[in-house]
Design a binder for this molecule. Structure first.
Ligand code: PLP
Length: 388
């Protein structure tokens, strides 16, 4: 690999660019995780993480990737043979479904075309038919990172309430947390799954479960086997600022700094910034004459945009050219979208000129790859940035 000047553009939808302040916070000496300084750090963090989830309840922090927090949400609340309902919104929803099946749950997977979010009407229909209340949980990916579609969680909640159904609501916010408005308490979510390397602007290695009282009550009788993920020991030791095993100390320093950054900007401003960058990106895509994968304007993701290319083009070739020529990484097409889409991440530590640079690189890459586009695309995005 030859040396390259300037910064690499890491425009995949996670891991995202880590702010210098967070990197510096991580680069401190590791401390005794059973000592008083550590307890102070943890007790502070356990309070500071709550607003990001929109909760006043407990938030568990795991030293793991997001997949671990998926598993934790299931094994702490459910029992072998329990029926759960999930929606085929894309690659990540499919992976979470696979995990649930491997753990011994019976999953009803509502089919989807990977261009829309979880459909509240389809949920209402299934819950109405479940008069015996056999469905123990509803699993939804809030922001489907493989497609750039954000499901409407309040409407999902309303469907459960209208059916007067006792199912738990488990939501994956891995690529929306800290980027797109989300409210664990107000939206009646029972377990919210999050992780560090997307909107929270940290390196990979931390994951989260925000837990409702109803989920805690379910945990008391849930019988799926668990050990590392067991909430009980973690909640007990957290009381005094500790963990039952060695936490990711230096990432926790980074988490504190990242939460400070979000507090300083203000969450409503953070969400508005992401909405604006997403709108500008869609203006570019349409201006180029290309298609945004998400088909429902009420479900556009503000953290990433998936761009659909015609059958004759290989989206990975476009990505390769952009990486080689302009030192920028874009997200690949996942699962059945491989080769058909590329994904532009516009989340986390990001600003107008970073987006302008990103879209310029995408435009040049498309032209170099021989995709017939209208060069007015990037200009259309700049108009949005200048005026909005
Ligand atoms: C990234 C992602 C995951 C997987 O997280 P890992 O940290 O790779 O385990 C799960 N769900 C969504 C929506 C994601 O974006």
């Amino acid at each position: 690999m030859s040396a390259r000047s300037g910064r690499h553009f890491l425009q995949i939808p996670g891991p995202t660019n880590v702010p210098d302040r967070v990197l510096r916070a991580i680069a401190q000496p590791t401390i005794d995780h059973r000592g008083p300084d550590f307890a102070e750090l943890t007790l502070d963090l356990l309070v500071r993480t709550k607003p990001v989830f929109g909760t006043s309840g407990p938030v568990i922090i795991y030293p793991s990737s997001g997949t671990g927090a998926w598993e934790a949400a299931l094994v702490n609340t459910l029992s072998p043979g329990d029926r759960v309902l999930a929606f085929e919104t894309g690659h990540f929803a499919s992976l979470w479904r696979d995990m649930a099946e491997r753990l011994g749950l019976i999953v009803e997977f509502v089919p989807g075309d990977w261009r829309r979010g979880a459909e509240p009407a389809a949920l209402a229909e299934r819950l109405a038919a479940d008069t015996a209340h056999g469905i123990a949980a509803v699993m939804v990916v809030h922001n489907e990172t493989s497609t750039g579609v954000a499901s409407r969680i309040p409407e999902i909640r309303a469907a459960i309430d209208e059916a007067d159904h006792p199912a738990l609501l488990l939501v994956d916010t891995i690529s929306s947390l800290g980027s797109i408005d989300y409210r664990h308490d107000d939206w009646g979510v029972d377990v919210t799954v999050g992780c560090s390397q997307k909107g929270l602007m940290l390196p990979p290695g931390l994951s989260f479960n925000a837990i409702s009282e109803k989920a805690l009550a379910a945990a008391a009788t849930a019988r799926l086997p668990k050990s590392y993920w067991d909430w009980t020991a973690i909640l007990d030791t957290n009381e005094h600022g500790f963990y039952p095993y060695t936490p990711a100390t230096n990432l926790l320093y980074g988490l504190r700094e990242a939460l400070l950054l979000l507090e300083e900007e203000g969450l409503p401003n953070v969400f508005a910034r992401h909405n604006r960058h997403a709108a500008a990106t869609r203006a570019a895509v349409r201006g180029w004459g290309l298609e945004v994968l998400c088909v429902n304007e009420r479900e556009y993701s503000s953290s990433l945009t998936a761009v659909l290319l015609g059958e004759q083009h290989d989206a990975d070739k476009v990505r390769r050219i952009i990486l080689d020529r302009f030192d920028m990484s874009l997200g690949t097409g996942l699962g059945k979208l491989a080769g058909r889409v590329f994904r532009i991440g516009h989340l986390g530590d990001f600003n107008d000129l970073m987006l302008a640079g990103t879209l310029s690189g995408v435009q040049m890459g498309l032209e170099l790859a021989g995709v017939d586009i209208d060069p007015a695309g990037t200009q259309a995005a700049l108009e949005v940035l200048r005026t909005a």
